[in-house]
Design a protein around this ligand. Sequence first.
Ligand code: FES
Ligand SMILES: [Fe+2]
Length: 388
Amino acid sequence: MEQSQILRLTERLRAELAERRSGAAPAAPAAPAASAAGATFTVPAARYLDAAWCERERAALFRGPRIVAASASLGEGACEPIDRADLAGALVLRGPGGTLRAFANSCRHRGTRLVDAPCTARALVCPYHAWTYDLTGALIHVPHAAAFPGVDLARRGLVPRPAVERHGLVWLGGDASGALDVDAYLGELGPDLAALALDRYVVWRRARATRRCNWKLVIEAFLDGYHIRVLHRDTIYRFFLDAAASAEPVGTHVRAVTGRRALETAPEDLSGLDLRQLVTPSFLLFPSTILIEHPDFVSIMTVAPRGPDLSDWDHMMLIPAERAGEVEHWTRSWALIEEGVFQREDLWVCEQAQRGLEAGATDEMLFGELEEGARWFHGAIEAALGAR
Ligand code: FES
Ligand SMILES: [Fe+2]
């Protein structure tokens, strides 16, 4: 996040916390019945359970640019299948001269999946009959080619998919016309992504998982500072203040900072300080990518629906390239954040929420003033789907 934005949101958060302490505003969300009109909102439970609604979301929301990798993780000749539900059936590779390309991961003979795991290659050889493609996607060898009389094999190259590199990240996707405009997609968040300088980072670890919950439950969890004291009591609450976040919508995206304990003892003048010790900046890149700036590394998580109650989780942990040798430190960070906080706490509780909704006892989800990020998120979904 741009330093000026972190500073502005941190000052705002500090003012809000001071106001809360002085009793000018409620310290915790009031009971729904007593809260100010319009300050709370509800979302029908069917939005998390209904297969037809999920299909509408998939069709309307998951067409824009999507982060699939860090540029640094794809050296020349590197090739990777993309199996996440939002972009299934793609592969990305870095060809000669460093050019990044994406293709459908499918042989032009009888459709077989070409690349089954990340690899480094000089050519892609289909495992079925060995049709062979170079790293520009051209078909360069067909065993017993004479068996295909009248077929223009020169036109049987791999089918390209739009792909670009921007801000040290690899993006796939694109609108119906095939255009992939990351700058237009990011809008005002462009300078924030640029300020991260992710081209100077490398991927330390990456986790992919499929969890039994609706994708929106996961995004809501990351837009909410209200649960830190409870759900993360034994892991990261020791670093954070209770229910202390300052967030704002930026188009359909969200920009936020979450207050850390060090903020309480920070000097009046914050200029010149390492602000990531005082707050943790984060973003929602709509619809379903969360980016978190931890004090010394960055997490990028993307969630993609397989169905109303099944979601793919994809977490990349990026560390500064010059600190890649600090193996013990990063191993500890990964164990705490990915294995502990995300998998055993956040994603676990999302599954509990899904099961609770499936029990049918409630027909709506209730959100309070500390969960306003979810209001913007749902507003953007409803707008995109043309729902009320
Ligand atoms: S399906 Fe790929 S070579 Fe036959
Ligand atoms: Fe959480």
